[in-house]
Ligand binder design. Sequence first.
Ligand SMILES: NC(=O)c1ccc[n+]([C@@H]2O[C@H](COP(=O)([O-])OP(=O)(O)OC[C@H]3O[C@@H](n4cnc5c(N)ncnc54)[C@H](OP(=O)(O)O)[C@@H]3O)[C@@H](O)[C@H]2O)c1
Length: 267
Amino acid sequence: MDAAISSVTDKAVRMLLKTVLLAVTARQGLNVVLISRTPEKLQAIAAEIEWTIGSSVKIIQADFTKDDIYEYIKEKLKDLEIGILVNNVGMLPNLLPRHFLNTPDDIQSLIHCNITSVVKMTQLILKHMESRRKGLILNISSGVALFPWPLYSTYSASKAFVCTFSKALQAEYKEKGIIIQVLTPYAVSTPMTKYLNTNMITKTADEFVKESLNYVTIGDETCGCLAHEILASILSVIPSWAFYSSVFQKMLLTRYMDYLKQNANIR
Ligand SMILES: NC(=O)c1ccc[n+]([C@@H]2O[C@H](COP(=O)([O-])OP(=O)(O)OC[C@H]3O[C@@H](n4cnc5c(N)ncnc54)[C@H](OP(=O)(O)O)[C@@H]3O)[C@@H](O)[C@H]2O)c1
């Protein structure tokens, strides 16, 4: 049995290590496939996993902003029995809040990386899980997917797709013994968030992954940690007229922007 992970960060590595450890405990012999863009990073992480856990690691270099990579990935995965798929890859076009017209205009890359990757990787692997009547798919969405976030419009919308897709799919495949869970975290300190300073809300990758893995079997959607669940509950009671008002957007553009500039590694 193997596990495939799309993209590897500090966070993914820890998620991976813990996932592998859990799986190895449950069943000996789980190996790992890492799929990401930068070969040197892949090799370093593969070596770390092999050294730490002793699992064999296969690496596949692929750029998820492209849509012509899936035949290649399929070929590379051909003889493997994937029991766990983590769709982790994602890109945030703007860490600082920005109006749509002021964000990088490489929309196609964002769609391929955040949306196409989840659908195509699931398509490649789910059919084998279905025939074996078991499997786990973890799709990493975001807290900003839970309702539309102005000033992060494309990212928020792309992650909302991941939520909807995951939950619909879980309803379809639950009876077949397959767990599909979508994670909707808020802030985690990673390269994507320019290593935002940690606090009660902004978790280290390690903290987040450790806690989120406790919730794998309890529900088709989770923020992944209690602090983010509480934040989501607080945000959900803000009336939409207030949330979508120009005052709120101004706050995002001023106070939240200042907060990010002071607490993230932004030049
Ligand atoms: N950090 C947060 O606060 C947060 C909150 C909510 C949700 N999320 C979601 O959690 C997931 C992981 O986020 P993260 O913060 O760990 O992100 P990250 O720090 O930006 O790491 C992204 C990883 O994805 C890889 N990657 C990026 N673009 C790729 C591409 N086109 N093709 C292949 N690999 C690519 C990168 O590899 P290379 O370095 O080799 O390019 C990197 O290892 C994402 O889906 C993100 O949207 C993050």
